[in-house]
Design a protein around this ligand. Structure first.
Ligand code: CP
Length: 312
């Protein structure tokens, strides 16, 4: 099966079969990462560029190393030292990159819908690496890969997403993706951070950790951004931590083999305790490794490869 999309803009538009194809293709890619010589010639002659208008450690670096492991030529456009600072428009920036001959652009932007706009206006393939509060599809894909790797399946799992659902592109992409595999999805946090319309996405909203975490297979903890407190959405970080910081005492509500995920970066002591982040249920570091494998799979599939022809 081939991946017949020019762009990857969100989990909402992906079919279950397309998601499965990406996750299956990531399995041999993870083997490549574990080799002494982490290089296959698969994307030799292809060129990709990362264009991040927002900060990133994991997503940008993992896309870059994923491209390098596949032998693509990879370039990062550092926005803070680019001609964007001289006032160059988004449209002109994208056109300038396009005519240099790049095949694929990975883009993050603070404004929802920007990668979609760019994809409509360029011949390059575009991957959305996070747009505003809208979607972060490759985060959802690596989360799903990590869950499937540990649990053996995604089918019918009970998944709780904890924290700032209102502003989270990670939550939104996870909900779209996991729903396609029949997961029971619960969201939990202060009422000010749970949008009332979230239940229209087929998830159930909770305000109590004890109720939300009862018998769940997976807990995905979201980052709390300090500016949410400044906006008055909860009284203080201490207050938030008292009620919603995932700590060992909460894990007893969940299944014995519950898996703990966090997209990073973490605020230890706010949304997650160090004992949980580093405990036996956590796959937070594995998520980062899986992020490289999933992004390798995606680059490979989007630049024309099929699952059966992965180079050894
Ligand atoms: N999870 C995630 O998107 O992390 P970065 O912001 O470091 O890329």
């Amino acid at each position: 099966m081939k991946f017949n999309r020019k762009d990857l803009l969100g989990m909402r538009e992906l079919s279950r079969e397309e998601i499965q194809l990406i996750l299956d293709t990531a399995i041999p890619m993870k083997d490549v990462i574990k080799r002494d010589i982490k290089k296959v010639p698969t994307l030799r002659g292809k060129a990709m560029v990362t264009v991040f208008y927002e900060n990133s450690t994991r997503t940008r670096t993992s896309f870059e190393i994923a491209g390098k492991y596949l032998s693509a030529d990879t370039v990062n456009l550092a926005i803070s030292s680019s001609s964007v600072q001289k006032g160059e428009s988004l449209r002109d920036t994208i056109k300038t990159i396009e005519v240099m001959g790049f095949d694929l652009m990975v883009m993050r932007h603070s404004m929802s819908g920007t990668p979609q706009y760019v994809a409509r206006n360029t011949s390059m393939s575009v991957i959305n690496a996070g747009d505003g509060q809208h979607e972060h599809p490759t985060q959802a894909l690596l989360d799903m890969y990590s869950i499937r790797e540990s649990k053996g399946t995604l089918e019918g799992l009970k998944v709780a997403i904890v924290g700032d659902i209102l502003h989270s592109r990670v939550a939104r992409s996870n909900i779209y993706g996991l729903s396609k595999f029949g997961c029971e999805i619960r969201v939990v946090g202060p009422s000010t951070l749970i949008p009332p319309e979230v239940e229209r996405m087929g998830v159930k909203a909770y305000y109590s950790m004890e109720q939300a975490l009862r018998d769940v297979d997976v807990i995905n903890v979201l980052r709390i951004q300090r500016e949410r407190q400044e906006a008055g959405l909860f009284p203080s970080l201490d207050e938030y931590a008292n009620m919603y910081m995932l700590s060992n005492r909460h894990l007893k509500y969940a299944k014995e083999d519950v898996l703990v995920l966090h997209p990073g970066p973490m605020n230890r002591g706010v949304e997650i305790s160090s004992e949980v982040a580093e405990g036996s249920h956590s796959v937070i570091n594995e998520q980062v490794t899986n992020g490289v494998a999933v992004r390798m799979a995606l680059l490979f599939l989007m630049m024309g490869g099929s699952k059966d022809e992965i180079a050894g």
